[in-house]
Design a protein around this ligand. Structure first.
Ligand code: SF4
Length: 405
C-alpha cells in the first residue's frame, strides 16, 4: 500500500492553482496558527483510525503533497512519521517524499532536520527560473531561491531530488524553455517533472486569459516545448518514463509508479482520495467537515465500489501514460478482449502515424503519441468502455398505455 498525506496550506495562492489549500499569508508562523495545529491533531487521529483498519498492510511509499508540506517544521513531520510507523508496517525501504517550495528550504540545518525526521526524497517546486514568469504565475519565490534550495538539499545529504518545472507559461518562448531546462539539468536533480500549464476553471490565470490580460504561447510552440524538451532531457540522460516525468536510471518516483500500477493507496488529510480493495472515497475538503466525519467514523461511508470493468478501464488509462505501456496479455486476461484485434483500424492508423508502438507484448505511446495522449486515450477509452460496459437495454418507449421495447 502507498500513503498520501495532504497538507492544505500555502503561503500565498499561485494564480494557476486549483489544488485545495488555504493561504496562511507571508508573515504567519505556521506552528502558531490554530488552523495548522487543528490540522495536525486531526491528521494524527486519522492515522490512528486507519491504523486500526489497515495496520497490517505494509507501506511502501509516503508522499507529503499539498499545498506546501514544507510549511510544516521537521519536528511535526517526524512526529507524524513516527506515529505512522507505529500504526502501520512502514517498510524499512519506504520512499518518503516531501514536497517543498524553494522559499521554505532556506537553511542547510532545516534540510538536515527533514532528513533526520525520515524524509528521503525532496520534490522542489521550481516551475521556472525566470523572475518575470514567476511573478506572472504568482509564485512566492525567486529564481535564486530555487538554486539555493537545490544546493541546500544536496549539502544536507539528500540523494534523491525532484525538481518540478512548467512549460507553456505566459510569455515563454521555445528557446527560453530549452535554456531553462539546461539550467535545471545543471542543478543535477535525479528526477524532473515537467508540466504544461493548464487553465483550470475558476483560477485567476484562467480568468486573466479569458479576458485577454494574459496570453499563453501559441499551440505550435507548446507542442515544440513538449517534444524538444523531452528530446533534450533524454539526451541529457533522463529516462522519459511517464508523459510528464523524467528520471535518472533507478530514480523513478516509486509513489507515482504505485498509482499507475494500480496499487492500493490511502489518502489522509482534507480532500485526499483513497482506493483500497476496489473501494474509493474522498475526504471532505473543508477541515471541520473532515474532522467531524472522522470523529463519527464515517470517512468512507459513501465509498464508490469500482466494478471490474471500471478497474480495467483505469488500468488502460494509467498504464498508457507510462513509457512501459499496457501489457496486452494482462488486458486480455482481465477483460477477455483483444485490444488490438478489436480496434484494428484505429491501431493501424496510430501505428502508421508513429503515435504508438507495440513491442514485447506491450502497447505504449511514442513521444508524438504522448503529445496527443488526451485524444488517443479518450478514443481508446470510449471503445474499450463500449466493449466492456454494453449499454443497458434501451428504455421502453411508451405508446399510449402500451410499452414497446
Ligand atoms: S504552492 Fe502549490 S499548492 Fe500552493 S498555491 Fe502554489 S501551486 Fe497551489
Amino acid at each position: 500500500m502507498i500513503v498520501y498525506i495532504h497538507v492544505p496550506f500555502c503561503r500565498t495562492r499561485c494564480r494557476y492553482c486549483a489544488f485545495h489549500s488555504t493561504a496562511l499569508g507571508r508573515g504567519v508562523n505556521p506552528v502558531s496558527s490554530p488552523l495548522v495545529r487543528d490540522y495536525v491533531d486531526t491528521l494524527l487521529l486519522e492515522l490512528a483510525y486507519w491504523g486500526d483498519r489497515f495496520g497490517g498492510k505494509e507501506i511502501q511509499t509516503v508522499f507529503w503533497g499539498g499545498g506546501t508540506p514544507s510549511l510544516l517544521p521537521p519536528r511535526i513531520i517526524g512526529v507524524v512519521l513516527e506515529r505512522l510507523a507505529r500504526c502501520f508496517k512502514l517498510s524499512s525501504k519506504a520512499e518518503i517524499t516531501l514536497e517543498a517550495n524553494p522559499e521554505s528550504l532556506r537553511s542547510k540545518n532545516l534540510a538536515v532536520e527533514y532528513r533526520a525526521a525520515g524524509v528521503n526524497r525532496l520534490s522542489i517546486g521550481i516551475q521556472t527560473l525566470d523572475e518575470t514568469m514567476l511573478r506572472v504565475i504568482g509564485r512566492a519565490h525567486k529564481g535564486s531561491d530555487s538554486l539555493h534550495a537545490a544546493f541546500t538539499a544536496r549539502e544536507a545529504g539528500f540523494s534523491n531530488i525532484n525538481l518540478d518545472v512548467m512549460w507553456g507559461l505566459p510569455g515563454q518562448g521555445v528557446r527560453q524553455w530549452l535554456q531553462g531546462l539546461k539550467d535545471i539539468v545543471r542543478m543535477e536533480p535525479n528526477h524532473i517533472s515537467t508540466y504544461g500549464l493548464t487553465l483550470e476553471p475558476g483560477t485567476d490565470m484562467e480568468t486573466a486569459c479569458r479576458e485577454g490580460r494574459v496570453t499563453l504561447p501559441p499551440e505550435r510552440d507548446q507542442s515544440l516545448m513538449f517534444m524538444e524538451g523531452a528530446a533534450f532531457l533524454e539526451a541529457a540522460g533522463y529516462l522519459h518514463y511517464e508523459i510528464s516525468n523524467f528520471a535518472r536510471m533507478g530514480f523513478q518516483c516509486r509513489h507515482n509508479l504505485g498509482y499507475w500500477e494500480g496499487l492500493n493507496y490511502l489518502g489522509m488529510g482534507p480532500s485526499a482520495t483513497s482506493t483500497i480493495s476496489g473501494r474509493r472515497w474522498t475526504n471532505p475538503s473543508d477541515q471541520q467537515a473532515w474532522e467531524s466525519k472522522l470523529r463519527a467514523g464515517r470517512l468512507d461511508d459513501n465509498a464508490e465500489i469500482l466494478n471490474p470493468a471500471t478497474r480495467a478501464l483505469e488500468m488502460l488509462m494509467l498504464r498508457l501514460r507510462t513509457s512501459r505501456g499496457l501489457r496486452l496479455k494482462a488486458w486480455r486476461k482481465i477483460t477477455g478482449h483483444d485490444l488490438l484485434a478489436n480496434n484494428k483500424k484505429l491501431v493501424q492508423a496510430m501505428h502508421e502515424n508513429g503515435l504508438i508502438r507495440i513491442r514485447n507484448g506491450y502497447l505504449s505511446l511514442t513521444r508524438s503519441g504522448m503529445l496527443v495522449s488526451n485524444t488517443i486515450l479518450a478514443n481508446l477509452f470510449e471503445r474499450a468502455e463500449a466493449a466492456l460496459m454494453p449499454a443497458p437495454n434501451p428504455a421502453p418507449v411508451l405508446e399510449g398505455n402500451v410499452a414497446v421495447s
